[in-house]
Design a protein around this ligand. Structure first.
Ligand code: FRU
Length: 486
């Protein structure tokens, strides 16, 4: 039996032991055991493919494989056989994150071969590799691997997560690296995906943006260039960047001829607890679609007891907002998940609480508040229980602060995340609950918050509330959603 068959067999065994209490109904997860970053997002031969960092043998991180799912509509996903296992000398410590391109009909994965030199001292020797497929299922590792083995002069052996795209007649690759305590992104260029020329540093920390940048992505959005990356070692800035590691972006103007990137300051992309290592791709409708890992390295993962850990976020369309900011909205196809539609109220004045009883744990909710007719200081929604166990989304009107409070959601400490939202008289909350996750999109994705929650099954319900006054709710609708894995 080869490594892929062995991994597949282990996974099948693990699957039969998974406890379903927190399993997600419409998010990408592995059949069992550990996953982290999304990898190789691509539309290939008309189908959407998503790969992910996967340890098929255990519910904890370990030698990384690439798990694989595909979909025709970004909603219904099918598991495919594990695509990559660490089989070669240059990747003994795992097939780390990377991307995918369609090279004239050949699905080509570009990933990092990881080697641990000294794991305790965090000394790595990483290189860049490729694997190809013509059926979109079975991959062959390139005999020339690694295609980049030399560490860049301005980087170090921490040198990973290639994201490749084509511009005019060249392929370009960004990679995350560090030099001593400075995180950065370096750039390469190639004619054939095999021979790469080092161009230089695309961007680096000014001393405030961390010691290592992981999972870079570089693309155009609304006429500007965006560098998306996941820095390690940034300090929190007020309400921002409070997780162990961050995911955010720099926006600006890029000049290919000189490799100059003039950019503004760092913005966090999602303000919840569990969002990391996001990647994007362009689909045939011209949409820039992002998917992230819906967990974080520091997070408690009670599902490990159930034989699995980790999931990916819903696919989100990125658009350019005001002042160089990016907005994220769930892709439109997600409406396919909707089953029963419940129009709960229209033009309702809420003082205190207004409870909508439901036992459903897979729901989408849309609540609109007219803030011009609201005199409460705070308005929002409690979900999944009241009192001793509850998740709260609220807007503190004078401070213009959106708050996601998961401190009573079966999570560990540090349960609250907040962000500024300039609501301009109108607050629209759209959120998705999927058994053990919440994704909140406020005012068409101006502010987004993603967190895992672990409520007890019997604590359900949706409750509108207003504090210190009344809130005017222009409408509340919720939909029960389909379980795609059933
Ligand atoms: C980000 C990351 C990547 C790496 C992968 C390993 O979460 O640390 O930098 O390639 O995970 O699983």
């Amino acid at each position: 039996m080869n490594e892929l068959q062995q991994a597949e067999e282990a996974l099948q065994k693990a699957k039969s032991k998974v406890n379903g209490r927190f399993r997600l109904g419409y998010h990408i997860m592995a059949p069992a055991n550990w996953i982290n970053d999304p990898n190789g997002l691509i539309q290939y031969n008309g189908e959407y493919h998503v790969f992910y960092q996967h340890h098929p043998y255990d519910e904890n991180w370990g030698p990384m494989h690439w798990g694989h799912v595909k979909s025709k509509d970004l909603v219904h996903w099918d598991h495919l056989p594990i695509a990559l296992a660490p089989t070669e000398e240059y990747e003994k410590g795992g097939c780390f994150s990377g991307s995918a391109v369609d090279d004239d009909g050949v699905l080509t994965l570009i990933y990092t071969g990881n080697l641990f030199i000294d794991r305790e001292k965090d000394i790595l020797d990483q290189s860049q590799c490729i694997a190809t497929s013509t059926d979109g299922i079975h991959f062959t590792k390139e005999p020339l691997n690694p295609v980049i083995s030399e560490i860049p002069a301005e980087g170090s052996g921490h040198f990973r997560d290639p994201k490749v795209w084509k511009h005019e007649e060249y392929w370009y690759m960004v990679l995350g690296t560090r030099k001593e305590e400075t995180g950065k992104v370096v750039l390469y260029k190639s004619k054939d995906l095999r021979e790469w020329e080092y161009i230089g540093v695309l961007a680096e920390s000014d001393g405030t943006l961390g010691y290592m940048w992981e999972c870079p992505d570089f693309f155009e959005l609304g006429g500007k260039h965006v560098l998306l990356f996941s820095p390690q070692g940034m300090d929190a800035q007020g309400d921002s960047c409070k997780n162990l590691f961050q995911t955010g972006y720099l926006t600006g103007a890029y000049y290919y001829e000189t490799n100059e990137f003039e950019h503004g300051s760092f913005n966090e992309l999602d303000h919840g607890h569990d969002f990391y290592a996001v990647q994007t791709f362009l689909d045939d409708k011209g949409r820039r679609i992002a998917i992230g890992w819906m967990d974080m390295w520091e997070s408690d993962m009670p599902t490990k007891e159930d034989g699995w850990a980790g999931a990916l976020t819903l696919p989100r369309e990125l658009t350019a907002g005001k002042n160089g900011k990016i907005q994220m909205s769930p892709v439109q196809e997600l409406e396919l998940l909707r089953e029963a539609e419940h129009h709960v109220c229209v033009d309702q004045t809420v003082s205190g609480q207004f409870l909508i009883e439901t036992k459903e744990d897979l729901i989408e909710v849309r609540a609109d508040f007219d803030l011009s007719k609201t005199n409460a200081k705070t308005a929002g929604i409690h979900i999944r229980g009241v009192n001793e166990e509850v998740t709260t989304i609220k807007y503190q009107i004078h401070e213009q602060k959106l708050v996601l409070d998961c401190s009573k959601s079966g999570k560990g400490e540090d349960g609250i995340r907040s962000t500024v939202l300039q609501a301009d008289g109108r607050l629209s909350l759209r959120f998705f609950i999927d058994r053990s996750s919440i994704e909140v999109f406020a005012n068409e994705g101006q502010a987004v918050m993603t967190s895992r929650i672990y409520p007890k099954e019997e604590r359900l319900g949706i409750e509108l509330f207003a504090e210190d006054g009344n809130a005017q709710v222009s409408g509340l609708t919720y939909w029960t959603l389909k379980d795609i894995w059933e």
